[in-house]
Design a protein. Sequence first.
Length: 199
Amino acid sequence: MPDSISARMLLGGRLAVDFANAPSYPGMAAREPSWEELVVFLEASHVVSRERGANLMALPESDPQAAEKILSRAIRLREGLRKAFGAMVKKERIQAEWIAPINEILRITEGHDELTQDGAGWKLEFMAREGGVDWLFAAVARSAAEIIVEGSHSRLRACANPSCSLYFFDVSRTHRRRWCSMAICGNRHKVSSFAKRHG
Ligand SMILES: [Zn+2]
C-alpha cells in the first residue's frame, strides 16, 4: 500500500477517529465504506496483518454472508461513532443508542493491555486476541471508549472546512489546529478568503 494512502487514512490521530473518517478524503462529504475500503483501512491502521487483509479481501467470494455481517457491523459502529463525535465537538449530549454498538463489541472482546513504544515514550495499547472476525473491531471499540470517556475535555475536533467530514485529534502545541489537512482544507480556506478580500 502506498505511504500516501495510509497517511491520508490515518490523519485523525487515534484509531477510532480514523475509523469514523474512513473512507472519506479531506474536503469531502462522509460516506459508508465498501468492503474493499474497510479492509484497506484495517490494513493501513495495522489492525490486521497484510496476510489477514488478503484473506479478508477474498471473504465476499468464499463466505458472502460472513462478509456482509462484518461490513454491517462496521457500518453500524462507524455511524454510532460519527454521531457521538459530532455531539462531542458541539459539546452536546452523547446518546446511549450511539454507544450501544461500541459496548456490543467490548462485551465480546478478549484481549489484554500492552505497553508499546510511541515515539520517544510508551503508550498503553489494547491487543485483541487474534482469531475470529468478532475481534476485528476490538481495538477500534476500545479506542472509541477511551475518547468518549474523555468527554468535553477531549481534544477531538471537526475540520473547520464546512464541506469536510473529517474528525481529528488536536495534539498541536497551541491546541489551535483547525484543519484535518493543512495542505487541502487549510489551503482551500486560504485561497477562498484571499479571493473574498480581493474579489
Ligand atoms: Zn478537512
